[in-house]
Design a protein around this ligand. Structure first.
Ligand code: ZN
Length: 472
């Protein structure tokens, strides 16, 4: 019985991929894309640390690219096992992977234009047909707290992680030669104030925890004051005749925002027919997937749906899927809320809206998510007076706001609260976090008399007997 870590290990956050070997079977939990920078991108194409042809099952926690993004690549390299996840995650993963395939193909074309003579043309990591091949391998659907007998010696239970639609933590009950072990994988955990999703379920009692540590070193601002702040920004901006531009992630954040805006409209805080543009094909499609999976919603929201009220339909909402419609938004100089991706303004349609609205002193730009170092979002938040967009020097005259309470991730105290459900596990592996963040959590667990380990990339540990590094 063994576990090994092939992504989101050794202080990295992306590329989640863990391998369990038990009773002659090999089971992956997630297989995500490494994201951020060239070196990590090359990591995606390199040896994953195991032979994909030998993997029997892949259990998927949720549809974010850093958890599912290498699945088509695995299939290309010979993986033919069964993929098990929730129905909502399967539908979102299809969307996310097709979008990713498009970007991979674009990326390969871009590099092909900068080749030296004689250099071979680069292949995309995968394309849309590869994604469709991968979708064929999605088998049984999981639902929260209903165990699935994966194969002899392995039973899996998915629990609600309240991170994005369909997201789950996964408990594996393993048995080999009379030895039993219970191992839980957190996937990514959400916070306790998710507006749309069923509330987070605590970790089950177990022997081993594999836990994310993204925000292990900090606590978030509460949600209610953040919604209030957003409301004030919208009211003030509309009053002075500008647009409110919100760079946003397509999954969960965009739908959360639509729901908050709906609440403001119902309360009479903002004009009923205020034009709201969701200018992101991906976010539009994701909203469709949300509508198809009401089983994941909180009871208040299901009640709304039962009474014929669509939580994502605002009177002034316009979905702009094609580029013509998107361009038409450029002609709107004030009075609208415009949401578009990417969330960190590293690319996508948001760049056009920034080009138009940044120089306008009446406009507001509202950042509602994490802004990584070196991104356009970070430069604007840090107070740049000018930014470079489409070969143009764009002055920053708009009001810049950052509202911090909308995170999709559990914070320090929420992670520990979730972990407390596991009882007294023999070992907690901390993954999916930068070193500093994991260190803080490790210290907290140590204070509770619990052993915490930050595994290195590709490091394996025995799960039977005393939990110890293999080959150490
Ligand atoms: Zn995630």
């Amino acid at each position: 019985m063994e576990i090994s870590f092939h992504g989101a290990a050794g202080g990295t956050v992306t590329g989640s991929c863990h391998l369990v070997q038990v009773a002659g079977k090999r089971i992956l939990i997630d297989c995500g894309l490494f994201q951020g920078g060239r070196a990590l991108a090359e990591e995606n194409a390199s040896d994953p640390g195991f032979d994909p042809r030998t993997i029997d099952y892949l259990l998927l926690t949720h549809a974010h690219l850093d958890h599912c993004g290498r699945i088509p690549l695995l299939v290309k390299k010979g993986f033919r096992g069964e993929i098990i996840t929730t129905a909502a995650t399967r539908d979102l993963a299809k969307l996310v992977l097709i979008d990713s395939a498009g970007l991979q193909v674009e990326d390969a074309k871009h590099h092909a234009r900068h080749l030296r003579p004689g250099q071979p043309a680069p292949e995309p990591l995968y394309d849309v047909p590869d994604v469709l091949d991968a979708m064929e391998l999605f088998g049984r659907s999981a639902w929260y707290l209903q165990p699935i007998d994966v194969c002899p010696g392995v039973r899996a239970t998915f629990g609600n992680a309240a991170h994005i639609l369909g997201s789950a933590w996964i408990l594996l009950e393993l048995e080999e030669n009379g030895t039993k072990r219970r191992v839980v994988f957190s996937g990514d955990l959400g916070d306790r104030e998710k507006p749309l999703l069923l509330p987070l379920t605590q970790a089950p009692e177990c022997d081993v925890v594999v836990m994310e540590s993204t925000y292990g070193d900090r606590n978030h601002k509460p949600l209610a004051p953040s919604i209030e702040e957003l409301k004030h920004v919208i009211q003030q901006t509309l009053a002075r005749g500008g647009n409110v531009v919100i760079p946003t992630f397509a999954l969960e954040r965009a739908q959360d925002l639509l729901y908050y805006l709906g609440g403001m409209i119902d309360a009479g805080d903002v004009p009923r027919h205020m034009p709201v543009y969701l200018d992101s094909p991906m976010a539009i499609s994701a909203t469709g997937v949300f509508r198809r999976h009401p089983e994941c919603f909180r009871s208040e929201l299901r009640d709304m749906l039962d009474h014929g009220k669509d939580p994502f339909a605002l009177p002034g909402l316009r979905f702009t899927r094609d580029t013509e419609e998107s361009r038409a938004i450029n002609e709107i100089h004030g009075g609208a809320v415009i949401m578009a991706g990417s969330g960190m303004a590293t690319g996508g349609r948001i760049l056009h809206h920034l080009q138009r609205n940044l120089p306008n002193g009446k406009a507001s730009i509202v950042f509602v998510g994490y802004a990584g170092a070196g991104t356009m979002a970070r430069r604007i938040i840090d107070g740049a007076k000018h930014v470079h967009l489409f070969g143009e020097d764009v002055p920053v005259a708009a009001a810049i706001h950052t509202i911090g309470g909308f995170s999709a991730h559990a914070d320090h105290s929420e992670l520990l609260e979730w972990h407390a459900g596991s009882g007294k596990p023999a070992c907690t592996f901390l993954v999916h976090g930068e070193e500093g963040s994991a260190n803080v959590l490790a210290a907290d667990l140590a204070q509770r008399g619990l052993r915490a380990v930050q595994p290195a990339m590709h490091q394996a540990y025995r799960l039977d007997g005393e939990i110890a590094a293999v080959g150490a």
